[in-house]
Write a protein that binds this ligand. Structure first.
Ligand code: CDP
Ligand code: MG
Length: 932
């Protein structure tokens, strides 16, 4: 152990280190010894750098640009607006809205570092179109700034003006909205019904959120948290929005969605540089300048009363790292995307509105206590093992304080959680044998994007007395989320990232080294509340060799969805105002892919007259531009990847049964959790495989997954009708009957290795997809107009579970539980085609020819993609988890014909594997590849 020198703390660490490895034998691997992790003592590089960041809140030199052209959004102190139609006093409305503010939290809120900067922030936002705010994670940016702006009058009751806050992550959007709702004394948005239409006008509080497949907003929402994906969707403007948005309906100039209901857009966690954040940055910049031009033009024309008043859009970019200049410079320069949007007649006004801006940068000084850094002496062989040892070492030898472990993904987290449970259950015996004081109890709290709200309660809730909370998190905890109580951080130095190599046309999740900047963020999580310690599972030299900053997603991801969205907004992806220009080859590939899918076409453009009416003289030439096809615009409306939206449209052409199957399968594949439990222990795995064999469909994993879902629904139906029968007999307690029915389903799930929580999540997604399909006229054979009880969303068969933590607890119509309906949610196999899921597999293939592969004759059990790159051989095998893996086929006396396959993703471990695989007919490939 090399922690000998240094502070008394470190010495204590040394002396109290584990001394009895044998006591920690793992029952499943008795030979495994628990060795100590070795840390070299390291000077704190992190702290000296952090000091630079922590400058006090001060607006960088920026003039107060109070010229008449800079109209602030409505504020009580500057009521430059005509009184609202309902004649209410905005200041009184704000007072009234804030009367329930939670006084108990007020103290801790005022103690946040950001509070001292409140006035400076409000002033900066008032005086500038765009403001960049930098601040340490936990300083209060996300929770407080929307409230500052609300209090200062940036939201308006009528016509609606909201403060929008974007987040790259779903968990952050929901947990922050709920936190802000509590602080503002508003009802919990998570209990609002998540449906569009009628329910959206229902009463709700000021704070809401909107994430994919879950819209918890109402007409009362004024502070809205959303993922960047959702705000992008609003920027495209869906059919439903334009029909309810009177402004856009009445004025042709406002056709494109200009986020007119927002007075402020806060683009949060901009440093994460996700592709969607980058898109939002470019589009928000255009929208801001376009709205400014429209407003100026309206003012110049004497504020014609026949036209709706368009307010300006304030943009706030927030970041937790030192990259402010990039964002400030980006917003300071004119938008290149606006030039192609001729919605303002007067070009002088447009040019003025699109001029240079001054963008102040505000720094928020965070409160950061000292963090003692430890690096390993030697590179760790197995970081998961090193993490386990380090956590246990901290637990038995360090004073109270929670531990946060940064890991790569769900699988690793679940595995470590199991090992920790196992070891910690042996700790009391170990302590007794060693004559040591009994260590505290352990509470293990996993945290990854796929976990539902119930899991995050464990992470954020108070740690019980005499217990140490151990949070096992992905990089989600790096900047988006602040976990209270953390004193120790264990950092594996890795993160899972999407990687896309142009030329291979397949995106993979790969484990990557993090950047130095990310490593500092991770370490900083330990010093939030008091002095902390950070244990890096890598050497100091390894840290020095990490890249300084991460790569923006835009240069390593599949751009097809982004290109489709931009085209749907009338933007040219090649000339779009990107913060970082994407790789041109990647762009071209995405365009080609979308052309192949029939979403885009190349259109000839005749020479355009200039604004003074003349044709561009000699150079007048026909050019070409990308145009959206009707299929493309339909695809852009579906909130799934282009591959899935294309599959869904293809399925609709094959009839309502195939459409339903495809919709349900996409719900399964869109969920971030697997509905089948994959035990890591080999013995258990065999047992699980046997239990699951009832679901296996000979065509492969897609049909198998669908069978799991339909079998679950059949099971729910069965236990429900039994319960109904017993209820009708009237001799038993209704509650007891319902509980037994639920427990029956639970038992069925555990016997079949079905992960019920994940299935419920799929049903939740399915319900949203069902609504979207209906809106997009994709007819499925279980549409409610075919149900006996009509289209009552509340009687949706998915929404029956009263203890489901995702569904609303306030479903009014309990009788809706027993609505009579066509048994389509159960297994229906009435035709030959249905039995073989031919239509389903063909529809899937139509969406993703690039994920098809042919058997490779030269090596057994290998496949080769039909579209391959020069850089890779394109050879791979079927993943062992697949029902089509050779080992399973052999056991079942298989030998299925597998000349061609379709797969969902490729994963690189020791070799390349395809996951979620189905067989297809080679002749289909020929048919679809030649189309388009
Ligand atoms: O955005 P930033 O990282 O600057 O901070 P924040 O998310 O606004 O959080 C500010 C503080 O609010 C945190 O340090 C926590 O003390 C508290 N908070 C909380 O208790 N529960 C939450 N769900 C979110 C924040
Ligand atoms: Mg934040």
């Amino acid at each position: 152990m090399s922690l000998s020198q240094g502070s008394p703390q470190k010495k204590r660490h040394h002396h109290d280190g584990l001394t009895s490895p044998k006591s920690f034998s793992n029952p499943s691997s008795p030979t495994k010894k628990l060795k100590k992790s070795k840390y070299a003592n390291a000077p704190s590089a992190m702290l000296s750098n952090a000091d630079e960041l922590l400058r006090s809140v001060s607006a960088s030199p920026s003039k107060a640009l109070g010229s008449s052209s800079r109209s602030a959004p409505p504020s009580p102190s500057r009521s430059n607006h005509a009184s609202t139609s309902n004649g209410s006093d905005p200041a009184a409305w704000i007072r009234d809205a804030l009367k329930n503010v939670d006084q108990r939290i007020l103290d801790s809120r005022t103690a946040l570092p950001i509070t001292s900067g409140k006035e400076a922030i409000i002033e900066a936002v008032r005086n500038n179109d765009t403001v960049v705010i930098l601040g340490e994670t936990g300083s209060g940016k996300t929770t407080q700034i929307p409230q500052f702006l609300f209090e200062a009058g940036f939201a308006r009751r009528a016509p609606i003006q909201m403060i929008g806050v974007t987040q790259p992550r779903r968990v952050a959007a929901t947990s922050l909205a709920r936190r802000v709702a509590v602080e503002m004394g508003q009802p919990d948005p998570a209990v609002l019904p998540s449906v569009k239409g009628k329910a959206r006008t229902a009463a709700g509080g000021l704070v809401g959120y909107s994430i994919r497949f879950e819209d918890r907003t109402t007409r009362n929402t004024r502070v809205k948290f959303m993922t960047d994906g959702m705000v992008l969707r609003e920027m495209i403007g869906d059919a439903a929005a334009s029909s309810t948005n009177s402004a856009s309906a009445s004025s042709p100039a406002l056709r494109s969605n200009l986020l007119l209901k927002y007075s402020v857009l806060i683009i949060d966690e901009a440093h994460e540089r996700t592709l969607r954040t980058d898109q939002v940055l470019g589009l928000a910049k255009r929208i801001q300048r376009e709205r400014k031009a429209i407003r100026q033009s309206w003012i110049a024309r004497g504020k014609p009363s026949g036209e709706p008043e368009v307010t300006e859009l304030k943009i706030i970019v927030m970041s937790a790292t030192l990259d402010a200049d990039r964002f400030a410079n980006f917003f300071a320069t004119p938008s290149t995307a606006l030039a192609v949007s001729p919605s303002i007649a007067d070009s002088k006004i447009l040019v003025a509105a699109n001029g240079k801006q001054e963008v102040p940068i505000l720094y928020v000084k965070g409160r950061q206590h000292e963090v003692t850094m430890f690096h390993t002496d030697q590179p760790a062989q197995e970081w998961t093992d090193a993490a386990l040892r380090t956590v246990l070492q901290i637990h038995v030898s360090r004073p109270p304080g929670d531990i946060l472990v940064f890991m790569t993904g769900q699988e690793e987290i679940d595995t470590l959680a199991r090992s920790l449970e196992l070891y910690s259950s042996e700790l009391p015996a170990w302590a007794e044998a060693e004559g040591k004081q009994l260590p505290m109890a352990v509470m293990i709290a996993p945290l990854y994007a796929a976990l539902g709200p119930s899991a995050s309660a464990k992470v954020f809730g108070p740690t019980p007395p005499r217990t140490r909370k151990i949070v096992l998190a992905t990089n989600i905890a790096e900047t988006s989320i602040t976990i209270p109580g953390i004193v120790f951080v264990v950092d594996c130095g890795l993160a899972k990232e999407k990687m896309y190599t142009p030329g291979t046309a397949v995106e993979t999740l790969q484990v990557q080294e993090i950047s130095q900047s990310a490593a500092r963020q991770r370490a900083g999580r330990a010093g939030r509340e008091r002095a902390g310690e950070c244990y890096r599972l890598y050497t100091q030299e390894a840290f020095q060799n990490l890249p300084l900053a991460g790569t923006p997603e835009i240069v390593r991801t599949d751009l097809a969805a982004a290109v489709l969205q931009l085209c749907a907004m009338g933007q040219d992806p090649y000339t779009f105002d990107w913060l970082d220009q994407p790789d041109r080859i990647g762009l071209q590939e995405s365009v080609l892919q979308l052309i192949q899918l029939g979403a885009l076409k190349i259109e000839a453009v005749p020479p355009t007259p200039t604004s003074n009416g003349q044709v561009n003289g000699k150079q007048a030439k026909t050019s070409a531009k990308l145009a959206l096809t009707p299929i493309g615009s339909k695809m852009a409306m579906l909130p799934v990847s282009p591959a899935y939206s294309r599959s869904l449209i293809a399925a609709a052409d094959r009839g309502p049964t195939v459409a339903r199957q495809t919709r349900d399968l996409i719900a399964i594949l869109s969920s971030d959790r697997s509905i089948l439990i994959e035990p890591s222990d080999p013995e258990k795995r065999d047992e699980a495989n046997r239990a699951k064999s009832t679901f296996v469909h000979p065509t492969g994993d897609h049909a198998t997954l669908l069978t799991v879902l339909y079998s679950y629904l059949a099971e729910v139906d069965k236990s429900r009708s039994m319960a109904k029968g017993r209820k009708l007999e009237g001799k038993v307690d209704v509650k007891v009957v319902e509980k037994e029915a639920r427990e029956g389903v639970k038992a069925w799930c555990s016997n079949h290795y079905v992960y019920e929580k994940a299935v419920k999540n799929v049903l939740h997604i399915r319900k949203q997809l069902r609504n979207i399909c209906r809106q997009q006229k994709i007819v499925c054979d279980d549409d409610p107009d075919q149900l006996v009880n009509g289209a009552d969303a509340e009687s949706d068969p998915d929404n029956l579970d009263s203890d489901s933590d995702t569904s609303s607890s306030s479903q009014p119509n309990r009788d809706g539980l027993f609505v009579t309906r066509k048994p389509t949610s159960t297994v229906t196999q009435d035709t030959e085609e249905d039995q073989h899921y031919i239509g389903l597999r063909q529809s899937l293939l139509e969406g993703r020819i690039s994920n098809a592969a042919l058997k490779n004759p030269s090596a057994p059990n290998t496949f080769k993609r039909i579209i391959t790159s020069a850089s890779s051989s394109g050879l791979f095998k079927v993943h062992p988890s697949s029902t089509l893996h050779p080992s399973k086929m052999a056991r079942e006396g298989g030998g299925r014909k597998m000349d061609a396959i379709l797969f969902e993703e490729l994963v690189f471990t020791s070799q390349t594997f395809a996951r979620t695989v189905s067989t297809i007919e080679p002749s289909w490939l020929q048919e679809f590849a030649q189309r388009g």
